[in-house]
Design a binder for this molecule. Structure first.
Ligand code: URP
Ligand code: ZN
Ligand code: ZN
Length: 468
């Protein structure tokens, strides 16, 4: 039996903060003991390998419920592979990702899941799971949903945006939601009115407005809130739960708040880019703004107050990254002269835990809420709790010894993501994952990566744990 003792730290979960030592046996959390207790003394005298966490937090590993490794988009692929992207996640204290397997139009959902399984198999640094993207809702893909839910793919993303690519019309969305209501699946929604956006894109290009900043102008907040409203009404008609991804507009938050006040099973996620970056980035000189092209887009600063408030009131309950990196050189520049050809997405899987800790430092959220938003709630939302997302006997020993005082500057020169720029270049943050364990094995320690490709395992999921 392998035994590790993490001693001297402040254990922080979504539920409590306690000066306790954590005993790990064979990859699982075996027990916690209060500092100075008889149990803690006995463990210290035993044969466990000791990790000293004095002056540090001991956190559950981060759960990032929204990533896109090796994702085909706009004629290219997101630049992180499952190997590089999950390694970068580990560096930042994230120990589980849920990525999106894409059903291509004309193909089965199963083919998408199989193909993503093959891409990830034997390559991941940390544990991983999959949502499925439905791009072709028809009788046979609806049937496939049932079997996939039984096998642990329990959430399905639909797009109200990107006509001709991932887009589903309201009828298809309603059918998928009805199926989800019956089989327990969670419907995830990209809520932007893509049909209206495409009209505005066409008009902008025809008038010569081709720069990256026009991406932000055509993808209007009103078209996010309209789609969010419509998704909620469709979910009500279907009697289905709904999870709205990458919420960025204050008006969309208002739609979520209204639905939640009515007691509906409607949940919302936002991402660090919407909390820390603004639409001004899209207007940076030259073509630099392309680095920040993602959908939903970055918004004017006043939207951020709505997002922070909703994170405190739980109208937004998860912070994921929507990590979808494309290199500035050779990928983002596919859109020179036509902003609509810029591959959509920003890198971030490595920085979520630290940026949210910075939010703690700046007083936006408390420490336990940090862990709730980044670990416990995504684990519950996507059927991974309590195996993931907390520190409790029987949980996987995915643990982070976190130095809350480490000061550093985020930069492409030092990050581990396979992308040639940082969306947060030059940003000072306080806090850093010092030691990261994945199922009891140390995979990151200070400046060393000690894991290897294939350490991570596929984790099938149960259904959303917020539903009765
Ligand atoms: O711009 C983004 N968000 N790219 C990734 C695909 C998506 O819609 O989540
Ligand atoms: Zn999306
Ligand atoms: Zn996404």
């Amino acid at each position: 039996m392998t035994r590790t003792l993490i001693s001297g730290g402040l254990v922080v979960t979504s539920a409590e903060e306690v000066e306790a030592d954590v005993l790990v046996e064979d990859g699982k959390v075996a027990a916690l003991a209060l500092r100075g207790s008889d149990a803690a003394r006995t463990w210290a005298e035993g044969d466990a390998e000791v990790i000293d966490a004095t002056g540090h937090y001991v956190l559950p590993g981060g759960v990032d419920g929204h990533t896109h490794m090796e994702m085909p988009f706009g004629g290219t692929y997101s630049s992180d592979t499952f190997e590089t992207g999950t390694r970068a996640a580990a560096w930042g204290g994230t120990t589980t990702i849920v990525d999106f397997a894409i059903q291509r139009p004309g193909e089965s959902v199963r083919a998408g899941v199989d193909s993503w399984m093959a891409k990830a198999d034997g390559r991941c640094a940390i544990d991983y799971s999959f949502h499925a993207i439905l791009s072709d809702v028809n009788e046979s893909s609806l049937k496939e949903m049932d079997a996939l839910v039984d096998e642990g793919v329990t959430s399905f993303k639909l797009f109200m945006a990107y006509p001709g690519v991932f887009y589903s019309d309201d009828g298809r969305i309603l059918r998928a939601m009805q199926r989800g209501a019956a089989n327990g699946a969670l419907t995830m929604m990209h809520a932007e009115n893509g049909i209206a956006i495409d009209v505005l894109v066409e008009q902008a290009l025809a008038e010569g407005r081709t720069d990256p900043r026009h991406h932000g102008e055509v993808r209007k907040a009103l078209l996010e809130s309209e789609a969010t409203h419509r998704a909620i009404q469709l979910a009500r008609v279907a009697g289905a739960p709904l999870y709205v991804v990458h919420v960025s507009a204050g008006e969309a938050v208002a739609e979520l708040s209204r639905a939640r006040d009515m007691g509906l099973n409607v949940f919302g996620e936002t991402c660090p880019q919407y909390l820390f970056l603004t639409v001004d980035k899209l207007a940076e000189p030259g073509f630099e703004g392309a680095k920040y092209v993602c959908s939903t887009p970055l918004r004017p600063e006043e939207h951020q107050a709505h997002l922070w408030r909703a994170l405190r009131t739980n109208d937004l309950s998860v912070v994921s990254t929507d990590h979808c990196p494309f290199c500035f050189s050779g990928q983002k520049d596919l859109g020179v002269g036509d902003f609509s050809r810029i591959p959509n997405g920003v890198p971030g899987v490595e920085h979520r835990m630290d940026l949210l800790h910075q939010a703690v430092v700046e007083g936006h959220i408390g420490r336990r809420r940090w862990i709730e938003l980044a670990c416990a709630t995504p684990a519950r939302m996507f059927g991974l709790y309590p195996r993931k997302g907390t520190i409790a006997p029987g949980a996987d020993a995915d643990l982070v010894v976190y130095d809350p005082d480490a000061e550093r500057t985020l930069s492409a020169k030092t990050h581990h993501m396979n992308v040639d720029y940082s969306a947060y270049e030059g940003k000072r943050v306080r806090g850093r994952a010092r030691t990261v364990l994945s199922r009891g094995r140390v995979i990151v320690d200070r400046d060393s990566y000690l894991g290897s490709a294939g350490d991570g395992s596929y984790v099938p999921r149960s259904t959303c744990q917020y539903l009765i």
